[in-house]
Write a protein that binds this ligand. Structure first.
Ligand code: NDP
Length: 333
């Protein structure tokens, strides 16, 4: 299958071009950039045969069967809709869109067109998170009481562009990271957060957008979730803790793009290290996507998963701005 890259982005160059090329029979045909010069340089750097500044060149090319969208967030909706209407399958970056309603439109359009729409939530593809989920669902720590997510990092200097000063492009730590944490918690528990409370802050990097947020979510089952996302914490390290009546899972350095981190399980029998697979997260996501395109299974994170993670992030934002407890609105999906 031939792919079109929509966006000459960092994430494509660091992870997704390699992930697409890791699949047998998958090639990248062209890359779209708003700048002819940057697009040509990007294509040359990554050995991509063509670049263009016209979306029509990609969505109008019948040889291109799928697109990977990794532009800034406000562009995802129009670009995805154009590709879907052209019959192309879409792997779209998170957050799927700027609003839940827009993301729902994408899901409905893809369904009507009979194409695969997936969201690039990489964490649920990690061996670490798959292992934690298996421990939870197999009952190793009993009924779950609470989850604590530590996702306060220092934003790398090369990413300090639109993320820290451009709300119109989808900047801010809430659309950037809360969506991943929402997806991970949903993946673990198989249920969707019901209500949230939150507070946000600008603690050094954000200009007109939040760079830090803390929130508490209640799950329909009664599980309490506490999350902390930030762009300004140099030494905090990431992690996730899942506490059950019969044990706790403590995972450190696992909220990341690479297959790293340590997982420990603590029960009445003591403490053990949990082994997990060290496969590439993005390659697994693309394998699942390619399988779905062939009619085998579903993408690891679907369009609906993208709507739901965005809905939680939108509720966290509203809760932080208003100071109210907010019921998450999933837009009818
Ligand atoms: P980048 O800032 O690297 O790229 C976004 C856009 O910025 C590109 O489409 C490009 O526009 C433009 N751009 C890139 N470099 C330059 C430059 N030197 N000068 C001017 N403009 C430039 O963003 P990311 O790769 O970090 O993020 C892209 C998307 O991917 C976002 O939606 C983000 O949320 C998501 N993401 C997902 C991750 C995941 O693990 N799932 C991780 C990181 C990001 P053009 O295409 O027009 O050239």
């Amino acid at each position: 299958m031939k792919w079109g890259l929509i966006g000459a982005s960092t994430i494509a160059s660091q992870h997704m071009i390699g992930a697409i090329r890791a699949l047998d029979g998958h090639q990248i045909a062209s890359v779209l950039s708003t700048s002819a010069e940057r697009g040509a340089a990007y294509a040359a750097r990554h050995d991509i045969p063509a670049s263009t500044t016209r979306l029509e060149d990609i969505v109008g090319d019948p040889a291109i069967g799928a697109v990977y969208i990794s532009t800034t967030n406000e562009k995802h909706l129009p670009q995805a809709m154009a590709a879907i209407r052209a019959g192309q399958h879409v792997m779209c970056e998170k957050p799927l869109a700027m609003s839940v309603a827009d993301a729902v439109l994408m899901v409905r359009e893809a369904r009507a067109a009979g194409v695969v729409l997936a969201t690039n939530h990489h964490l649920r593809n990690a061996g670490s998170h798959l292992a934690i989920r298996e421990l939870i669902t197999s009952g190793r720590i009993g009924d779950i009481l609470s989850i604590r997510v530590f996702h306060a990092v220092m934003l790398p200097e090369n990413l300090r562009g639109w993320r820290i000063d451009n709300a119109a492009a989808g900047g801010g730590v809430i659309p950037d990271i809360v969506v991943h944490d929402a997806d991970t918690v949903r993946f673990y528990l198989g249920e969707d957060p019901g209500e949230v409370v939150a507070q946000e802050a600008s603690s050094g990097l954000g200009q007109g957008v939040e760079d830090s947020v803390m929130s508490v979510w209640t799950m329909p089952s009664g599980v309490m979730v506490q999350t902390h996302e930030s762009f300004t914490h140099r030494f905090a390290g990431t992690g996730i803790e899942v506490h059950g009546r019969e044990g706790s899972i403590i995972a450190r350095n696992v909220m990341t793009q690479r297959p790293v981190g340590d997982i420990r399980i603590c029960t009445k029998d003591g403490e053990q290290t949990v082994p997990y697979s060290g496969h590439n997260l993005y390659v697994r996501a693309m394998e699942r996507f390619a399988g779905a395109v062939r009619g085998k299974g579903r993408p690891s994170a679907t369009g609906t998963d993208g709507v739901k993670s965005l809905a939680v992030a939108a509720a966290v934002k509203e809760a932080a701005v208003t100071g109210h407890r907010i019921a998450v609105d999933y837009g009818g999906v």
